[in-house]
Design a protein around this ligand. Structure first.
Ligand code: UT7
Length: 332
């Protein structure tokens, strides 16, 4: 019997309205538009403003739009997985809150934490619920309110991150369409280079941790950069090789949007031209778990049934991976 595969049958994104531009950042820290643009490719990022507005607000907006677009009754959604490192709170899971907001009352839902690779981890996990034959409608969300953990006094990180959410629906696939292969990796020895020092069980919140500004994302940028360039390119090349794909066979590279230079290096290694690389870093910055679904959402109208996509990411953990997807539908 042919193995059941999972395919993406819809994608939707959500970004908040407020635009934090490079010009505005110049007034906050010692930086400039030229440095940010040449070193990262970022021009502006979106920021979720307002009291009591957590990641679930953006995740639920993306999820609601996805239900509408795919004509899906929320009661038919069986599983919701939300990848995030900025949950509304340590518990309950942001996915539980999103499920409630969209009326998915018959679903079970949970979060996963794999930083910038979170969406890829969640996508592979979600696909396996379909592949096992036990579930038929799985929603996978990548959402992060990075502005809640960014230190706007630290010029090395505050220029990088933005807020946003993206969601896809997974259903059983037809023919050879859908999620074809995944390689996911992790190496916890990367912790010193990219982490949040306090607020967990090792160093719970205290006056001391707040005063020491330990509740913000800490990154040793150049070290992370080196690991990101090598690992994202290697794993993308590996998934292509394993599936007999050459650069010409790939219609789109869908890379995590951390730095334009990392994306260019990955595309180069894969033999994929710049015209086939999804890029929206200039408008949204690094939205962590949301970058890949936000790219799919932005480029959805250009995607054709049967297109070979390579989704690739690298991030905190370290975590990284690449997923080979055969796109399942033409523009609607
Ligand atoms: O998504 C999760 C994974 N994260 C990543 O993949 C991010 C990986 N890292 C990067 O993208 C890059 O390392 C950064 C964009 C964060 C930094 O770029 P870089 O080319 O690695 O710069 P650097 O950290 O080596 O710093 C170069 C110089 C330093 O000055 P000196 O020591 O040469 O005088 C920094 O102090 O640039 C300085 N600098 C800045 N100057 C103006 C650092 N940040 C800024 C800034 N504006 N915002």
């Amino acid at each position: 019997m042919e193995k059941i595969k999972a395919m993406i049958t819809g994608v939707q994104g959500y970004v908040p309205e407020y635009r934090l531009t490079n010009k505005e950042l110049e007034k906050m820290v010692d930086t400039n538009d030229e440095w940010i643009t040449t070193r990262t490719g970022i021009k502006e990022r979106r920021i979720l403003k307002g009291e009591n507005q957590g990641t679930s607000v953006m995740g639920a907006e993306a999820a609601k739009g996805l239900l509408e677009k795919t004509n899906t009754d929320p009661m038919d959604v069986e599983v919701i997985i939300c990848a995030t490192v900025t949950p509304d709170m340590p518990f309950p899971a942001t996915a539980n809150i999103i499920a409630d907001k969209i009326g998915a009352k018959k679903s079970f839902s949970f979060d996963i934490s794999a930083a910038c690779s979170g969406f890829l981890y969640a996508l592979q996990l979600g696909a396996q619920f379909i592949e096992s034959g036990t579930h038929k409608k799985v929603m996978v969300i990548g959402a992060d309110k990075m502005s809640s953990i960014v230190d706007y006094q630290d010029r090395t990180t505050c220029i990088l991150f933005g807020d946003g959410a993206g969601a896809v629906l997974l259903e059983p696939a037809e023919g050879d369409l859908g999620i074809r292969d995944a390689i996911l990796r992790a190496d916890g020895s990367g912790e010193p280079y990219l982490h949040m020092k306090a607020g967990g069980s090792r160093r719970p919140a205290s006056h001391e941790t707040v005063e020491a500004r330990e509740h913000y994302a800490y990154q040793e940028g150049s070290t992370v950069f080196k690991f990101a360039v090598t690992n994202m390119a290697d794993v993308s090349a590996e998934v292509m090789e394993r599936n007999g794909l050459q650069g010409d066979d790939v219609a789109w590279l869908v890379p995590h949007q951390a730095n334009k230079r990392i994306i260019d290096a990955t595309a180069n290694r894969m033999g994929v031209g710049p015209e086939k690389v999804m890029m929206n870093i200039e408008r949204y910055g690094n939205t962590t778990a949301a970058t890949i679904p936000l790219c799919l959402w932005d480029y959805e109208k250009q995607l054709k049934k049967g297109d070979n996509l390579i989704l690739a990411a690298f991030g905190g953990g370290f975590t990284w991976g690449a997923i080979y997807v055969k796109w399942a539908y033409d523009p609607k």
